[in-house]
Design a protein around this ligand. Structure first.
Ligand code: AMP
Length: 223
């Protein structure tokens, strides 16, 4: 049965870190909407320019633009047995758009769909975001504070340069939270009401969250 997982949670809740780990273990592709949009921006396309004007303000990119990018990605061959969708949907309108996309792509296939909700208090989040760095070469994510690293350090995995995302400043991070609470948080109730929600305590350590997540997924696959 095809395994379709979506990850919902506020910025800095650790969805990205967990999807990278889970994707390696399960073989399901990690589809990260924010990265797809950043690739579009880097390509210099017209759509990328439009996306950039929203992302730089901490707002959601336009619904049709994101739906098109997601549909193209989910239609690729590597998604045929399942995928992990990180950062989509991010509003109830996008959840409806996703319903339509999956209806078209899945046809009559049997599907196991779950929404994992990364639940963590707001206090922890801004600190996580302003200390977050990623490797420009291998994409690994680090926290300067918890890993006792300096701004100028190189990636411990591959030696690449560590970079800070443009929207990880305190100002833009706060706007991203406002956007999350007003637009994305209602998805928690929506998927709970559909009986599709699994809550993950995202205040725990990376390894503990990973253990709980893989446990929940095994249960889901066997159910
Ligand atoms: P992320 O890397 O997931 O934190 O996303 C970075 C930014 O990309 C967000 O603050 C939004 O501006 C944009 N973005 C990511 N996912 C979506 C989405 N599903 N819909 C609209 N904009 C998005």
């Amino acid at each position: 049965m095809k395994q379709e997982y979506i990850f919902i949670g506020p910025p800095g809740s650790g969805k990205g870190t967990q999807t990278i780990m889970l994707s390696k273990e399960t073989g399901f592709p990690h589809i990260d909407t924010g990265s797809l949009l950043r690739e579009e921006i880097a390509s210099g396309s017209e759509e990328g320019k439009i996306a950039d004007s929203f992302i730089s303000k901490g707002q959601l990119a336009p619904i049709e633009l994101v739906a098109k990018i997601i549909k193209n990605r989910l239609n690729k061959n590597d998604c045929k047995n399942g995928f992990i969708l990180d950062g989509y949907p991010r509003s109830t309108e996008q959840a409806e758009a996703l319903d339509k996309i999956l209806e078209e792509l899945d046809g009559n296939n049997q599907v196991n769909f779950k929404a994992f909700y990364f639940d963590v208090s707001e206090d922890k989040l801004i600190e996580r975001l302003v200390n977050r760095r990623s490797c420009s070469n291998c994409g690994a994510i680090f926290n300067l504070k918890t890993m006792n690293m300096k701004e100028t350090d190189k990636c411990p995995k591959c030696g690449g340069n560590l970079i800070r995302r443009n929207d990880d400043t305190e100002d833009v991070a706060k706007k991203r939270f406002d956007t999350y609470f007003s637009q994305t948080a209602p998805l928690v109730d929506l998927y709970r009401n559909r009986g599709k929600l699994v809550r993950i305590d995202a205040s725990l350590s990376i390894d503990e969250i990973h253990k709980n997540l893989t446990g929940a997924i095994k249960e889901n696959v066997n159910s």
